[in-house]
Design a protein around this ligand. Sequence first.
Ligand SMILES: [Cu+2]
Length: 113
Amino acid sequence: MKVLLAVGFSLLCFSLPSVAEISERTVLPLTLTDNGFLPAELTAFAGNKLIIRMTNKSSRVAELESYDMKFEKIAPQGKTVSVFAGPLRPGKYRFFDDYSLSGYSGWLTIREE
Ligand SMILES: [Cu+2]
């Protein structure tokens, strides 16, 4: 959804979470390489508030996006970005790099607590 990038980016700048809001969330580390996401599958428990924290170790700018979890964030090369997810019901939720021509994607699997 590149058309919305400029708008989305400026909105994100004004919606930074408080420290308390971050500390009650489970952090799921993720890395983007030139070969895709590592790991390609994340796992968490249902009902938990989550942060997906991705470091872009690929050789280009990326955009971490998910229709299933409704987030979208630009990740410059070498930088780490965080997006919020959850609480979610059990199931599989897809995320992807919207700038990847190879269609790199990964899955977040939510399990019953
Ligand atoms: Cu997008």
